[in-house]
Design a protein around this ligand. Structure first.
Ligand SMILES: C[S@@+](CC[C@H](N)C(=O)[O-])C[C@H]1O[C@@H](n2cnc3c(N)ncnc32)[C@H](O)[C@@H]1O
Length: 203
């Protein structure tokens, strides 16, 4: 018998939907909803998916980029099998120089899009989770500045807290348009938000 959280999760609409489809996680529906609205990923794009396991976002990104694009997934954990030729997986911590160098080498060109659904291990305490998430968000932004092409896009998950507006302000200087959003498929009680940053102003 699982915990009540596990039972709620099992009953939940997007969890069931993912189980019935070939998507590896309910998170796939978040990316589908966000991309439908904001056109973050387009056909032919090179996409880096940070915090990719079990692989739901990478599956959706591969559908959008089609056979002319490519997707590089990165995670501390293993990913479920994705056999498309234009998909590569790097296992490791994307905040480290070693893994960032591997991402650059695997891409072999600038990225059009960086997406990050990376989550720290969550304590359930809002401020702590916000600070843990802040470290990841700052790493995603720094890495994006290294690998993103001019006018490229990023999508980042961020747990809300006191630094949220400061980060938002910084992103508004680096991108032509920045939106904060929470797709319907994101659980209402979660403090997660998504930052959609379009049109990178490459220095
Ligand atoms: C919510 S899951 C991602 C779900 C994924 N978007 C999907 O659709 O299947 C968050 C992931 O972030 C990963 N993660 C957290 N910190 C990381 C880091 N520093 N480097 C690589 N992966 C990280 C975790 O291992 C976890 O698998």
């Amino acid at each position: 018998m699982g915990s009540s959280w596990q039972r709620d999760k099992k009953k939940e609409y997007y969890y069931k939907k993912a189980k019935e489809s070939s998507y590896y996680s309910r998170a796939s529906y978040k990316l589908l909803q966000l991309n439908k609205k904001y056109k973050i990923i387009k056909e032919g794009n090179s996409v880096v998916d940070l915090g990719a396991s079990p692989g739901g976002w990478s599956q959706v990104a591969l559908e959008y980029v089609d056979s002319t694009g490519l997707v590089v997934g990165v995670d501390l954990n293993k990913i479920r099998p994705i056999n498309e030729e234009n998909f590569s997986f790097i296992r490791g911590d994307f905040t480290t120089d070693e893994i960032q160098e591997e991402i650059v080498n695997t891409l072999n060109e600038e990225a059009d899009v960086v997406i990050s659904d990376a989550s720290p291990s969550l304590s359930g305490i809002k401020n702590i989770d916000h600070l843990r998430s802040l470290d990841l968000v700052e790493s995603v932004i720094n890495l994006s500045e290294l690998i993103l092409r001019d006018r490229g896009n990023i999508l980042i998950k961020f747990f809300q807290g006191e630094d949220f507006n400061r980060v938002l302000k910084e992103l508004k200087k680096k991108f032509r348009a920045v939106k904060t959003t929470k797709p319907n498929s994101s659980r209402k009680k979660s403090s997660e938000m998504y930052l959609v940053c379009l049109g990178f102003k490459s220095p």
